[in-house]
Design a protein around this ligand. Structure first.
Ligand code: EPS
Length: 386
């Protein structure tokens, strides 16, 4: 067991909380390391009214003292400012129960209906509060901590949008750092300024029509050593673990690594990356494998993409059935976003950072950051000599 974490909290409950266990001691850490990524996640063209209420900030409730991790479980907490408007509706006390508030028109595409059947509920709020993508705020907090750990070891994680509402980035830009730098300044978190204009127009159109939009995000990890993950067993394959982590983000329906589905359409000669030995080390002439072969990193950039479906809450709702009367009805309209793909790029960075940090600790683990660094340096010397 290396890194593990749990999250808790409802969308309109008082707080979101996570406990991260397994982070080594002596990692320099301050709230700003987390808060700047929480702020990035809150941005993006197409967000709804909730983001005007929230100003996400982390509080460390355990595991950090005087700017350094202690090696003990780290508790991260983010307050939901909107809780002030929901304290009765989301109260834990039986005497606060309100009648006539139940959500009974489940939204197509949402967890509502399967959740109420599974958990024997008559109010879809008891499902939607936890299935909400609000939970991603605290996953970004955990991921930002892991990202801080990776940056200490020279590993960078960068996420951005490559497609939104059917509009694809067309500009050829090989340099991941350049893609990231440009995307950071873009309201759609994308690097192709022509595509960005069309993405904004698509979001405006969807908003006008009471509709919602999905898209594709890409995460690149630079500086990871060869040999994270392993070919020896299915649950040690890092590609599988990255895919599970990205697929677990709310509303994600597809994951690709490197050339992904396109690799299935081409002959092998146009898929596999030729090996060369240059400047005293092995490298590849291309990176269609997305940095992963046999479930292990090969020293090239790790490249993972995730496909997000459009958010299921539509202001022009689809048809559904009332859970009590079984009569047709328009689906519930909850306040929501038209498009959260730019935010999802930050969430994808976070879940990828968690998996890479975990794999790095498996390979070069230690109880302190100094010990991890020594182990990693020693392994890097082996790679250089090989
Ligand atoms: C969400 C619905 C909206 C989003 C929310 C995710 O929340 P509300 O119903 O309160 O307006 O704003 O996302 C966030 C709160 C967030 O922090 O990303 C949903 O149904 O998934």
């Amino acid at each position: 067991m290396t890194l593990r974490y749990l999250t808790a909290g409802e969308s309109h409950g008082p707080t979101l909380t996570a406990i991260l266990e397994g982070m080594p001691a002596n990692l320099p850490l301050c709230e700003e390391d987390i808060d700047r990524h929480l702020a990035r996640r809150q941005q993006g063209y197409g967000r709804g009214g909730r983001m005007k209420i929230e100003q996400d900030r982390v509080r460390f409730l355990s595991g950090v003292r005087w700017g350094l991790t202690l090696g003990s479980p780290i508790t991260l907490s983010i307050e939901n400012r909107d809780w002030a408007n929901w304290d009765k509706k989301m109260s834990p006390r039986a005497e606060d129960r309100m009648e006539g508030e139940a959500v009974t028109h489940p939204r197509p595409g949402h967890a509502d209906l399967s959740g109420v059947i599974k958990y024997r509920q008559d109010d879809a709020r008891n499902i939607l509060e936890r299935s909400s993508a609000r939970e991603t705020a605290v996953r970004v907090a955990v991921g930002s901590l892991c990202r801080r750990f990776l940056s200490e070891l020279g590993i960078e994680v960068m996420g951005y949008v490559t497609e939104l509402g059917g509009v694809k980035c067309e500009e050829v830009l090989e340099d991941y750092r350049e893609r990231f730098a440009r995307s950071e300044a873009s309201p759609c978190r994308t690097f192709d300024s022509n595509a960005e204009k069309r993405m904004i127009a698509a979001i405006d159109q969807a908003k006008e029509a009471g509709d919602s939009l999905g898209g594709v995000v890409e995460v690149a990890v630079l500086g990871a050593p060869v040999g994270l993950g392993s070919h020896v067993h299915w649950d040690r394959r890092l590609d599988g673990r990255l895919a599970a982590a990205v697929m677990s983000i709310q509303a994600f329906k597809g994951v690709e690594i490197g050339a992904g589905f396109e690799a299935a359409r081409r002959p092998g000669s146009q898929v596999h990356d030729e090996i060369e030995y240059r400047d005293g080390g092995f490298s590849r002439r291309s990176n269609r494998a997305g940095g992963l072969e046999g479930g292990m990193t090969n020293g090239e950039a790790i490249v993972v993409r995730g496909a997000m479906k459009p958010i299921p809450t539509l202001y022009q709702p689809l048809q559904t059935v009332d859970m009590e009367s079984k009569k047709p009805f328009a689906a519930t309209v909850e306040r929501s976003d038209v498009c959260a793909v730019p935010a999802a790029a930050v969430v994808a960075e976070a879940v990828v950072a968690i998996e890479v940090a975990n794999a790095l600790l498996e390979k070069c683990g230690g109880d302190s950051i100094e010990e991890v660094r020594e182990n990693l340096d020693s392994f890097r010397r082996h790679v250089e000599r090989f």
